[in-house]
Design a protein around this ligand. Sequence first.
Ligand code: CUA
Length: 312
Amino acid sequence: MSGCSGPQSALQPAGVDAEQIARLFWWMGGFLILIWVLVIGCAVFVTYIRPRPHDSRAARWLILGGGVILPPVVLGVLLVFGLSLLPSLSAPAEDGLQISVSGERWWWRVQYPTPSGDTVELANEVRLPVGERVGFRLTSPDVIHSFWIPSLGGKVDMIPGRTTRLYLEPTKVGVFRGACAEFCGTSHALMNFRVVVMEPDAFDTWLERQASPAQPPQGELARRGQEAFIANGCGACHTIRGTSADGVLGPDLTHVGSRLSLGAGTLPTDTEAFERWIRHPDAIKPGVNMPAFGMLPAAQLSAIAAYLSELK
Ligand code: CUA
């Protein structure tokens, strides 16, 4: 019953498409209950209420009615109803915002077009303006993942070598949870993301901020953190725009401190969590590509953590 509400529930829709899916679910549920009552009612009737010796004429009618006529009628009605939802569920939004998301083991690479025509890369967080129909281009460089935000709509597989499309139209401001819905390896269950639906103005401000380069480190600790980040080669895998770190294997960290979660939904983004993650990411997310840096001196670890959590 925990799936009936909360930030990741298809039964508490917060988007146009999720509302239709929920409606279909309730109609199918209603039909199922109706059929169950009918079948069990017949069984009770012939077993307890009017048990009779075998009557071949009644049996013929039951088989004809209940076995041949009823199923196609019920399934036909549900099929027509389900198909009638399809055109609006796949209604494109070619002129709206187009976001590219790549599912990678085990995190999400998210790319937004900026007003200036560039692309800005983020990770593990999707922000959307409320009331706008948004398009997603979904890809994967490794194995099949599946992109799913139950509160907003249906799920779509991310298939290596192909680009699949999904369109969503959030109707409520709030924070929701998305997840990978296709088993993709050891840490499949730890491949989540936050979805923040915002007022359009707040969204524009946020995107503008994300497109800007990282702020220079504030204070001595963060400055030493940035130095240690570069000196230990973190920039070979991670980009921090505005510094010499420009690796593309791992998540872009330019504004990592502004995100709601670290490690694709596994940790908060406070200094302690950053330190834990850098020290031994494999203990938090088994199989993760990032190597452990527990061998670094404790002072360097906490400086890097302070620097990263400051990148808002
Ligand atoms: Cu990615 Cu499961």
